[in-house]
Design a protein around this ligand. Structure first.
Ligand SMILES: Nc1nc2c(ncn2[C@@H]2O[C@H](COP(=O)(O)OP(=O)(O)OP(=O)(O)O)[C@@H](O)[C@H]2O)c(=O)[nH]1
Ligand SMILES: [Mg+2]
Length: 1106
């Protein structure tokens, strides 16, 4: 769901840490653009009309005669190791010189001697370790601006030379990002110094000489982690307007700080402040205050005394309450309060009429104050991760205008309460899902007409709670159900780090569930043992039904029972949605510890990748077939292994965050300097995005609510106990706020209209639904929220985020599921039964149908008229069939193999291919073999291959769905079980899936093509749309971790079994200018043409971003 986030606001959010810097005169753009040849460097002094300036480089060398008149020269990024004296001598008129981003290890003293007129000198991003005796600089008497940032000054223990203080006219000095432990004593003599940056050094305390700099207006000391305290004497800096003290280890502030009457911006984030000094209100000019990432437990009252405050950042503290008079800060434009523990907002917040940014993400807010919609100027709005009840979460996520509409709605309607929760049963084949569901529902004597439980079952094992108390075992799952007052905890508390070599591959790539690889069947009940009516007939596939579990309260579960058979995988994920309660069922009698992954771990990975914060309840069936001790041991083992899996996953992610952090700590240039470095060439933006994604995955772990609850269908007591547990979980406000919502009357009317008896269609188009919305009094914009709510509660399916499926509203679930089930179950008998149900079928026809079924089960091919027969009960007209086929295509189940791109088929039978049924291992490979390299010989062609790896889990059904998705992009395709050969125009492409092979080789999906080097753009053109299509599909899996790489074409050509991989992020970055070849680290000296790594135009979506 999208939050209100115009592009500008989104940018602001990402660059949160940097945004305060806008207060500086002119922030430096990064990466640095090349200045125009006829302009001075940014921030340079106004140019006199006749002044000349130049950017050195091959493009336009200034004529030698003009050199002496040159006033500005930009030599940045030229790889210079020195500046010869002659250059200085020839440029004696220079006023501005940039030597930024070079490789200078020493000051170019000899050249500088000739540059006495210099006013600005930029030596940042070099390798300076010292400044000698300072004489070379001291000679630049007219210098006003000097940048020495991003060097290694102080690395050898020496500080800066005292002669630096001789630069009497200096106004701006940047010493940031060095290793300075002290500043020269005489620094205080720089009487004209207005701006001083000493941030990100190693200063052990606040340097005393700074207190003498009376003209100072801006001081940045951030990132000196051990500064520890500020001196009282800081009050001497009376002119200070901007003060940066982020991440300096401050635990308290001196009163002296409160005397800085000119201060406008104060950055104090990333410290250990628990309070502000009493006199803080004295900072009457303060406009921006950043107190994020401190230890504030209470909102500092002194802040309310700052009426001019425009920006206030209090993210990541421990605030629980906001003052009721918050509205006193009536100039406030920006208020960030994310990641605190705020439970409610003061009513007066709605009076902050100037507010443009309001960030409340990650708190405990359940209800927004009335009139919240008045905050109409808010454009940056973040509210995720709050247990919102009123307005409902979906509405809040959509933005302030939706909240305003909802609140109006509520004011004008009779509220109605209708508790209902989606309950999803999942687990392997024969786990006991169906029987469990039936027992639960029978317990209440409703819905299914079932007889009483087995009369022989007179000696139950006793209530399991007494029999074994797994709640007491010291495992990480929260025994939530035992103690309803406890708070949920993530399964893993203290992740440790991965070894570095394992970079992207967690150590435990588990074995696949594998098709047909289900737990060994346990001895089951025979017909005489089963409660009458609880038949043993085979699985019906996915089923959905209502279960009124608590008639008194009218609480209804909408039960979705998934099929254990992997052949249903291609459609099952459509039924996993946020806001549901998941019951993971495991057959305890068949369970052995070695089968943990296929029985339990796999399902948690699957669920977690689709619904990152899913709430899961573990149930172990067949308890009646286990001895008491066995039961206890198995439950314990499952419990431990869940915890281990969770810990490993979290540790893996944590170490990835660390690796990204380390890379971010380096300079982009350094990352580009050698392909050996981690994240070679990846931009800061892409790295930050990657880190944010890992953090999202870490913060959204599955929530496992209980130890395994043992269950036997033969034991009434256990059945009742499970029912009560499910009800008590559902009751929890924090977990399932849906159940406690007061909903607008119009939403209820909308629901009724969708389910009125005459609404028998298989689905409604979005427009049909909108018409019903209007009848209920809901305009289009308000309808969206109501539909999202109905989707989450399980009442209907509405895929708001799906590009094509969002045109439908599926209100008739049993019929939809009935149709989908037909194409997933792989039983010839069942299919034939459906086809032959018509009594008029003669023998010849019957044999024909037999053939069709055989072909279907082997190659996944069916003609439209046979599909029509299979769906007979659902199809009245030709149009119905067409619509259903269209839907199946959109869902990724099948594609038409012989439909011309735009014209309809002229009378000929349309054939449909269902990729999930394709059994043949190898497709026809002529396309690829013609002139290409499968066996390792080298040819004239170059290969492109993009590889997606899935270290935790490969989304079930993804290959089949992807295979349908790409159909509109390719021709002459030939499908195998794991491979597709096809053409894009005349260029061959191959898509291959490779299942995991052992711990270090996860599942991969790769997209490849080839062409000769001069024509390599054609290969890029062939694969790029396929890459983009996969990226779109993968966005349906917000909790999925995967990596993308561009394989080294030189390694591929050599037939290397383990080709080098370049980061997939490069696909979304422009080709670096001036770079023609990249060295392949695998083979040391081999050079890969840059056109084989970067596409001609960057892809739209970064392949690794969500
Ligand atoms: N003894 C015993 N048998 C059980 C129990 N629960 C299920 N069974 C039997 O186990 C077999 C499989 O149970 P189902 O409920 O059909 O399993 P399922 O999980 O729905 O399987 P799929 O629908 O194929 O995914 C059936 O023969 C059931 O009668 C139980 O608690 N005790
Ligand atoms: Mg079943």
């Amino acid at each position: 769901m999208a939050q209100t986030e115009p592009p500008k606001a989104a940018r602001l959010w990402r660059e949160a840490a940097l945004r305060a810097r806008k207060l500086r005169d002119e922030p430096e753009p990064e990466p640095e653009p090349e200045p125009e040849p006829d302009a001075g460097p940014p921030g340079g002094p106004p140019q006199p009309p006749a002044a000349a300036a130049a950017t050195a480089g091959p493009r336009r060398p200034p004529p030698a005669s003009a050199l002496g008149e040159l006033e500005a020269l930009n030599l940045s990024g030229r790889g210079l190791e020195e500046l010869p004296e002659e250059v200085g001598a020839a440029l004696s008129g220079l006023r501005v010189l940039s030597l930024r981003r070079n490789r200078l290890c020493r000051l170019p003293a000899a050249a500088l001697r000739h540059l006495g007129r210099l006013a600005e000198l930029d030596l940042s991003h070099n390798r300076l370790r010292g400044l000698g005796d300072g004489g070379a600089l001291a000679g630049l008497r007219g210098l006003r601006k000097l940048s020495l940032s991003h060097n290694e000054l102080g690395a050898e223990g020496s500080g800066l030379p005292a002669r630096l203080a001789e630069l009497g006219r200096l106004e701006e000095l940047d010493l940031s990002f060095n290793r300075l432990r002290r500043l020269p004593e005489g620094l205080g003599r720089l009487r004209h110094l207005r701006a001083l940056d000493v941030d990100h050094n190693q200063l052990p305390s606040f340097p005393a000489p700074l207190l003498e700099l009376a003209a100072l207006e801006e001081l940045d000391c951030s990132g000196n982690r051990h500064l520890g305290a500020l001196p009282e004497g800081i009050a001497a800096l009376r002119r200070l307007k901007i003060l940066w003290l982020s991440g300096t280890g401050l635990a308290a502030l001196p009163e002296g700080l409160c005397q800085l009457g000119a201060l406008e911006s104060l950055m104090l984030d990333g410290n250990q402040l628990r309070a502000l000094p009493a006199g803080f209100g004295g900072l009457q000019r303060l406009k921006m205050l950043n107190l994020s990432s401190n230890l504030l437990g209470e909102f500092p009252a002194a802040i309310l005394a700052l009426p001019g405050l425009e920006e206030l950042y209090l993210s990541r503290n421990q605030l629980t309450v906001l003052p009721s008079h918050l509205c006193q800060l009536h100039q406030l434009r920006t208020l960030w309060l994310d990641n605190n523990r705020i439970r409610y907002l003061p009513d007066s917040i709605v009076l902050l009429h100037s507010l443009e940014e309001l960030v409340l993400q990650g708190n405990q807010i359940a209800i927004l104050p009335e009139g919240f919609g008045q905050l109409s100027r808010v454009t940056l709005w973040k509210i995720k991760d709050n247990p919102l009840i009123q307005p409902p979460y979906e509405v809040c996520m959509k933005g302030i205008p939706y909240i305003a509409a909802y609140q109006q709605e509520l004011a004008h309607s009779q509220p109605a309460l209708k508790p209902r929760l989606k309950l999803v049963l999942m687990g392997p084949k024969d786990a006991g899902k169906t029987l469990l569901r039936r027992c639960l529902m029978e317990e209440d004597g409703q819905k299914e007409d079932l007889g009483s439980l087995d009369a022989g079952n007179t000696q139950p094992r006793g209530c399991p709670g007494q029999q074994q108390d797994v709640g007491r075992v010291p495992v990480v799952c929260c025994p939530f159900l035992e103690d309803s007052s406890s708070v949920r905890v993530p399964a893993v508390q203290q992740p440790e780090h991965f070894p570095v070599e394992q970079q992207d591959v967690p150590s435990h790539v588990p074995s696949h569930r594998g098709k047909g690889e289900t737990p060994c069947p346990a001895p089951s009940l025979d017909a005489s043992q089963v409660p009458s009516g609880l038949g043993l007939s085979g699985s019906k596939g996915i089923e959905v039904m209502d279960w009124t579990a608590d008639a008194e309260r009218g609480l209804t579960f909408i039960v979705y029972e998934l099929a254990g058979d992997p052949s249903y995988d291609v459609i099952q994920s459509f039924f996993l949605s946020p806001g549901a309660l998941y019951v993971l069922v495991v057959n305890l009698s068949a369970y052995v510890p070695q089968r943990f992954y296929p029985s339990v771990g796999y399902f948690l990975h699957w669920l977690g990748s689709k619904v990152p914060h899913a709430v899961v309840c573990m149930v172990g069936t067949h308890a009646d077939l286990c001895a008491e001790r066995e039961l206890e041991e198995k439950c314990l083992d499952i419990h431990h292994q869940i915890a281990q899996q969770e810990k490993r996953d979290a540790e893996g992610l944590q170490s990835l965050v660390q690796q990204v952090d380390e890379a971010l700590g380096q300079d982009f240039d350094l990352r580009c300097s050698s392909p050996h470095t981690a994240f070679y060439g990846v931009s800061d933006k892409n790295l930050r995005r990657k880190k944010a994604q890992f953090q999202y995955l870490l913060n959204h772990r599955p929530q496992i609510l209980s130890p395994v609850l043992p269950f036997s269908c033969r034991d009434r007591c256990q059945v009742r106990r499970l029912r009560d547990k499910l009800l008590s979980v559902a009751e929890h406000r924090d977990i399932f706020p849906n159940l406690h919502r007061v909903l607008p009357k119009s939403w209820q009317v909308l629901e009724e209209l969708h389910f009125q008896p005459q609404a028998q269609q298989l689905w409604l188009s979005w427009w049909d639904s909108a018409r019903l919305g209007l009848q209920a009094g809901l305009t289009e914009d308000r309808l969206q929220s109501a539909l999202s709510y109905l989707h989450e509660s399980g009442k209907l399916l509405y895929f708001e985020e799906h590009l094509t499926l969002r045109e439908y509203v599926f209100h008739n679930l049993p019929r939809l599921i009935d149709i989908l089930n037909v194409f997933c179950q792989q039983d010839a008998t069942v299919l034939l039964q459906k086809l032959l149900s018509d009594t008029h079928i003669d023998e010849l026809r019957a044999t024909q149908l037999h053939h069709y079924v055989e072909g279907f089960l082997l190659h996944g091919l069916l003609p439209a008229h046979v599909i029509r027969l299979l769906l007979k009960p659902h199809i009245q007209s030709r149009e119905d069939l067409q619509l259903i086929l269209e839907l199946l295509e959109k869902m990724g189940l099948c594609y038409c193999v012989n439909k011309p791109k735009c014209k309809p088929l002229n009378g000929a039978a349309a054939w449909y291919k269902f990729p999930c049924y394709v059994k043949n291992e190898v497709p026809h490979a002529e396309a690829w073999i013609n002139g290409a390299n499968l066996s390792g010989q080298s040819f004239v062609v170059e290969q492109l291959q993009i590889e997606y790896s899935f270290p935790f889990i490969f989304p079930p059904g993804l290959f089949a769905r992807y295979s349908v998705q790409i159909n509109s992009h390719v021709v002459q395709r030939s499908d195998g079980k794991y491979q597709i050969y096809a053409y894009r125009g005349k260029v061959p492409v191959v898509v291959s899936y490779r299942p995991a092979r052992g711990a270090l080789q996860p599942d991969t999906l790769s997209i490849a093509s080839h062409a000769s080097l001069p024509n390599i753009w054609t290969a890029w053109q062939a694969i790029t749309p396929l890459v983009e299509e996969l990226n779109v599909l993968l966005q349906e899996w917000p909790g999925l971790y995967y990596t993308v790489h561009v394989l080294c074409s030189k390694c591929l050509k050599r037939g290397s079994p383990n080709p080098h991989t370049f980061p997939g992020e490069l696909l979304s970055q422009p080709r670096p200018e001036g770079l023609t070849e990249i060295i392949c680290p695998k083979n040391g000296s081999e050079r890969v043409n840059v056109a084989l790594v970067y596409p001609p135009t960057p892809t739209v979506i970064s392949p690794c971003s969500k």
